[in-house]
Design a protein around this ligand. Structure first.
Ligand code: PLP
Length: 454
């Protein structure tokens, strides 16, 4: 098919993130024009059910009138101001208060960024700063996990544990380490029970800490559910065991709740769902339901006190972004949290979760499906070349992308993460719309099976 005018303009002008650039000039992008509820429409007027909330973020769907009105009011009142050097704005204050109220730990202060990557970058700087302030300059290493996704800045991409984010970028930087990924289906050994696998994974973390020296390790960072690594739900007991190891060595737990925050797993936080007691938390995405870019780091009183003492010595706390705490993002964050509360989004997610789970489990029998994974309203369907042996498709096969394309033909958008099809529908989705999404997915899997070579 020849490219449309807007597609041609796109390929002439844009460098797209996370896109097979070598194919885009032939296929052209899918150009979206507007959205309403859980649906988006392309420039040709075709409607798609958006089963990924964009990039795990538009949790309240598209065209929400209350959010739009909150944005309009804030733009009229004060479109920009900052929090530097003793200035402030009320939307930032109000959002920080709300975050403290709902935080999964005793949060003392909130630091705003514009994205999840900046939030995690900030986490690393804060951990380093904190240990300098406490006279432990050698306690600087951060342990992340293989298959983690924490962002794309130099340091957050280093925390990310995916080879494509490191190769060619000369990453990871020093002081960032990666421990085992807790994915039983992929990394469990033949004959090993899930419990044994969990124990081995945690033992491997212990050994890494012992090898490096616990006095050199500042923090461990983890997503409660690994999102962009393939929607990997940890085995029961994993985080409890990890936390026991960290507690022995005074290592902070940084929870990256960028995907799992704000109701996605059926609780406010993935930390609650998986029994995590974090020392500090990163958020973004559903913080504003993606109506404006905003991220945040919530910190404890202990960290804050260290920063105050250090600031008294050197004159200033030397970190901040021009748009961190942007009034538009903060006004939208306040409104989004109000909506999560007033529309009881958590109960909605819990009520829909059994249907979500049942439709995912039904896919287990499909010849292409190796494993399905889920919690609340986030899930993943891993496609394999051989169900019995779990053999994956060849790395350059692109089966996930093929399935995602068939999904578009059937009026649905989901995201292929390698060979895993991720699902993260807007939390306002109805039961009928959820059925429609899975009907499209089933058809797309059949179409893929009909054409795929193994
Ligand atoms: N952390 C997690 C868990 C994420 O999923 C993402 C993005 O997908 C990020 C951090 C990075 O956020 P951003 O793309 O806003 O920089």
């Amino acid at each position: 098919m020849p490219l449309t005018n807007v597609q041609t303009r796109d390929v002439e002008a844009l460098l797209h993130p996370y896109t097979p650039l070598h194919k885009l000039r032939e296929t052209g992008p899918l150009v979206l024009d507007h959205g309403e509820g859980v649906f988006v429409y392309d420039t040709q007027g075709k409607r798609y059910i958006e089963g990924m909330s964009g990039l795990w973020c538009a949790g309240l769907g598209f065209g929400d009138k209350e959010l739009i009105e909150a944005a309009r009011e804030q733009l009229d009142r004060l479109p920009y101001y900052h929090l530097f050097g003793g200035k402030s704005i009320e939307p930032a204050i109000e959002l920080a208060e709300k975050l403290k109220e709902i935080a999964p730990f005793e949060a003392s202060k909130v630091f705003f960024t514009s994205s999840g990557s900046e939030a995690n970058d900030t986490q690393v700087k804060l951990a380093w700063y904190y240990n300098n302030a406490r006279g432990r300059p050698e306690k600087k290493k951060i342990i992340s996990r293989q298959k983690a996704y924490h962002g794309v800045t130099i340091v957050s991409a280093s925390l990310t544990g995916l080879p494509n984010n490191h190769r060619d970028f000369d990453l990871p930087v020093d002081r960032i380490l990666h421990t085992d990924c807790p994915h039983y289906y992929r990394f469990g050994e033949p004959g090993e029970t899930e419990e044994e696998f969990t124990a081995r994974t945690v033992r491997s973390l212990k050994e890494l800490i012992a090898r490096e020296g616990p006095e050199t390790i500042a923090a461990f960072i983890a997503e409660p559910i690994m999102g962009a690594g393939g929607v990997i739900v940890p085995p029961a007991g994993y985080f409890e065991a990890v936390q026991a190891v960290l507690a022995e060595h005074d290592i902070l737990f940084i929870a990256d709740e960028v995907i799992t925050g704000f109701g996605r797993t059926g609780n406010w936080w993935g930390s609650e769902t998986f029994g995590i007691a974090p020392d500090t938390v990163s958020v973004a995405k559903q913080l504003t339901s993606a109506y404006a870019p905003l991220g945040a780091v919530m910190i404890s009183e202990e960290l804050y006190q260290a920063f105050v003492e250090e600031s008294a010595k050197i004159g200033v706390f030397g970190h901040g972004f021009t748009y961190g705490g942007h009034p538009l993002g903060c006004a939208l964050g306040v409104k989004a949290i109000e909506i999560y509360q007033s529309r009881d989004i958590l109960s909605r997610v819990r009520a829909l979760a059994p249907q979500f789970q049942e439709r995912l489990e039904r896919l287990r029998d499909h010849p292409l499906v190796g494993e399905v994974r889920f919690k609340g309203l986030v899930g993943g369907v891993e496609l394999v070349a051989d169900k019995t042996t779990k053999r994956p498709f060849a790395a350059n096969h692109g089966v996930g992308g093929i399935c995602a394309k068939h999904l578009e033909n059937h009026g649905a958008i989901l995201r292929a993460i390698g060979d895993t099809i991720a699902l993260c529908p807007p939390m306002i989705i109805t039961s009928d719309e959820l059925s429609q999404l899975f009907d499209s997915l089933e058809k797309a899997l059949d179409d893929t099976e009909a054409t795929v070579t193994r």
